[in-house]
Structure formats: C-alpha cells, structure tokens
Design a protein around this ligand. Structure first.
Ligand code: SF4
Length: 134
C-alpha cells in the first residue's frame, strides 16, 4: 500500500512507496506502478525505487532487495500490467545524484544536455531552455 518513508541522514529524503512485498525470507521487494504507452522501465523509475529503498531501510532498518519491479500498464481499461525487473542504484549513487542536483541548482555545475529527443518534446522547461533537442 502507498506509504511515506523519510530519512534525514546521510541526506534528507522523503519517498512514497507504491507497493512492497515481503518474501518468505523476510526480504522486502519494492514495486513501482506506472501507466504509460511505452512498455519499458525508465531510469527515473530506477531512481525512484532506489530512493524508496534507501528511505525504507533508513527508517525501519529492514532489509530491502537490491532489485525491484516496475509494473507498466498501458492507459486502457483492458491492459494488464507487465513486470520489469530492474537493478537498483546503491545508496552512494543516490547520494551522489542528490549532490549533483544541488550543485546544478546552485550554479556550481553545468547540466549536460539529454541524449533523448523525446524527453525534450514533453519537457516542462522547454520554453526556458537554450538547447532543446527537438
Ligand atoms: S528541453 Fe532543455 S531542459 Fe528540457 S529535457 Fe530538453 S535539453 Fe533538457
């Protein structure tokens, strides 16, 4: 069920879980539900699940699997969700990502342009962007 988890060290992080399943061994496996036409997991899904893992382990001390599942369902009534197993990022990689974001927002680091044209097509910052790719 959906629930918020929160940690303050090594970084401040609040993450909302879609679902978690407990294996017979006690290991928790995280699941993220997505409704979209493209039937594949995105890097943003992996980042979300990895941040959730970090927050759950930090708040509860429970062991969460280093992998998770992205369940992708097409936005039609009859579609069934399809499960994609993904390898999650480590806590160190998540902390580095958060630091990088802070550095970009503070102007200490220049962001690189995305490789994907599709991301630019739907980007909310497109109007202000100097280098949209599409
Ligand atoms: S429009 Fe600009 S800010 Fe948005 S994804 Fe493309 S390059 Fe990045």
């Amino acid at each position: 069920m959906e629930r918020l988890f929160q940690i303050s060290t090594p970084v401040g992080l609040v993450a909302k879980l879609d679902r978690a399943y407990r294996m017979p061994s006690g290991l928790l496996v995280l699941v993220e539900l997505k409704t979209r036409w493209i039937n594949q997991p995105f890097l943003s899904d992996v980042i979300q699940l990895s941040a959730q893992r970090m927050a759950v382990m930090g708040q509860t001390g429970q062991v969460v699997a280093s992998y998770g599942y992205v369940m992708v369902k097409a936005p039609t009534g009859r579609a069934f969700p399809i499960a994609h197993r993904v390898q999650l990022m480590t806590d160190e990689e998540i902390v580095a990502l958060i630091k990088k974001r802070e550095d970009i927002l503070a102007g200490r680091l220049m962001p690189r342009r995305l490789h994907s044209r599709n991301a630019c097509l739907t980007c909310v910052f497109r109007a202000q962007c100097d280098h949209p790719r599409a």
